[in-house]
Write a protein that binds this ligand. Structure first.
Ligand code: TYM
Length: 373
């Protein structure tokens, strides 16, 4: 029996996500071996997020590859809704986007939707979302995007540029479409209803600037797909190419069973957490281990239900052989949870120290990346 008792929207993920069912629900395509072969040829090395099916679904990614093979330019677009500090889950699609930028030498547009987070979070003021946006920008820069090929903008600082396309988009989306796609109802504030037009804009911006068709590729987790379904629906009427997408699964929380989410701070690791706090969170994580060391040694653990194993798999071990070995050692009872957590904690602490250094350095170059009206 397939479990389809879960919800994924851009603002909410509830239940155990079945990613194949979700792909069917959203009508996206699986990234198949022929696509992987082509990326392999172009890049020389497949990113582990592709090899492991973490980036697993797409819309028209093959068309982007066609464009590249014809030596046509394409633009990358991704984003962040600044509702709090950045966590490791947010970094995952950004790290992948950097890989695509580097390998395909593509320009990147990075949108920060401070307007969205103000409209969708009762407790956040406009001041709060702008403040978080500037914190998040440091993380974005720290990921290492090419400063010559990356433009970052905050909606409220760039609205004059964005508004013309947003108006064009909004005129072609009906209230009934917005209700059907996003589940809005009569008590939804009207800002939320308009918002998706703003998130559509960067998909078309480069085409408008250059006055010619520039294909756009959007790497993101699959929760953002509903916005771009709408964007794609209006594209031809506006004479723009439909944006392509490449979707990843969710980096889990430290409970192992749900998506890492900023609202669950004890089971999420933020880029601003001190190494000591991160270590504490990891040591308290839920694993797939047995109740006692004796039982673990005898019966082995269950990596498929372990948040710590997921951390290695999704982000902290890029060598496939090591991930396989870890899984085998766990199942054979050769490694116990305490050890496994401690090794991960050291890796995460090292990562945070480095990332935080880069965040500090980013403060000096923010202006080089930012676009403002
Ligand atoms: P936001 O801020 O919720 O998330 C930023 C990016 O991180 C992805 N994401 C995750 N990926 C893996 N594991 C997780 N646990 C996880 N949580 C979040 C999101 O899919 C997203 O890619 N409205 C958007 C901001 C935005 C945007 C875009 C995102 C504007 N334009 C274009 C992607 C592409 C938002 O609030 O994202």
């Amino acid at each position: 029996m397939t479990n389809d008792n879960f919800i994924v929207t851009p603002w909410e993920v509830v239940g155990d996500v079945n990613y194949d069912v979700l792909m069917e629900r959203f009508g996206t395509q699986k990234i198949d071996p022929s696509i992987l072969d082509r990326v392999s040829k172009h890049t020389g090395e497949l990113h582990f997020m592709l090899r492991r099916g973490i980036f697993y679904s797409h819309r028209d990614f093959d068309r982007i590859l066609n464009a590249y093979e014809k030596k046509d330019e394409f633009v990358l677009y991704t984003g962040r809704g600044p509702s709090g500090n950045t966590h490791l889950g947010h970094l995952m699609p950004w790290i992948f986007t950097k890989y695509i930028q580097d390998k395909y030498d593509a320009k990147l547009l990075f949108q920060l939707t401070d307007d969205e987070k103000f409209l969708f979070n009762r407790n956040l003021t406009q001041h709060d979302t702008r403040k978080y946006a500037y914190e998040n920008i440091l993380d974005i820069i720290a990921v290492g995007f090419n400063p010559k090929k990356t433009e970052i903008f905050l909606d409220t600082d760039y609205i004059k540029t964005l508004y013309e396309i947003a108006l064009d988009v909004s005129k072609r989306i009906t209230l009934s479409t917005a209700k059907a796609v996003f589940g809005f109802n009569n008590s939804t504030n009207i800002g939320r209803i308009f918002f998706t037009s703003i998130q559509s804009v960067p998909a078309f911006l480069e085409s408008k600037r250059q006055q010619k068709s520039i294909p756009c590729l959007i790497p993101c987790a699959i929760d953002q797909d509903p916005h771009f379904r709408v964007t794609r629906d209006v594209a031809s009427a506006l004479n723009y190419p439909k944006p392509a997408l490449i979707h990843c699964k969710f980096f889990p929380s430290l409970t192992g069973s749900d998506k890492m989410s900023a609202s669950k701070s004890n089971t999420s690791i933020f880029t601003t957490d001190s190494p000591k706090i991160a270590e504490k969170k990891i040591m308290n994580a839920i694993t797939g281990g047995r109740k006692t060391v004796k039982k673990q040694r005898k019966n082995g653990g269950n990596p498929s239900e372990c948040s710590i194993y997921q951390y290695y798999y999704y982000l902290f071990e890029d060598k496939d052989e090591k991930v396989i070995m870890l899984s085998e050692d766990c199942k054979d009872g050769k490694i116990i949870c305490g050890e496994c957590k401690q090794i991960l904690a050291e890796k995460v602490k090292k990562f945070l120290v480095k990332h935080q250094e880069k965040r500090e350095k980013a403060k000096d170059v923010v202006d080089q990346f930012m676009c403002k009206d």
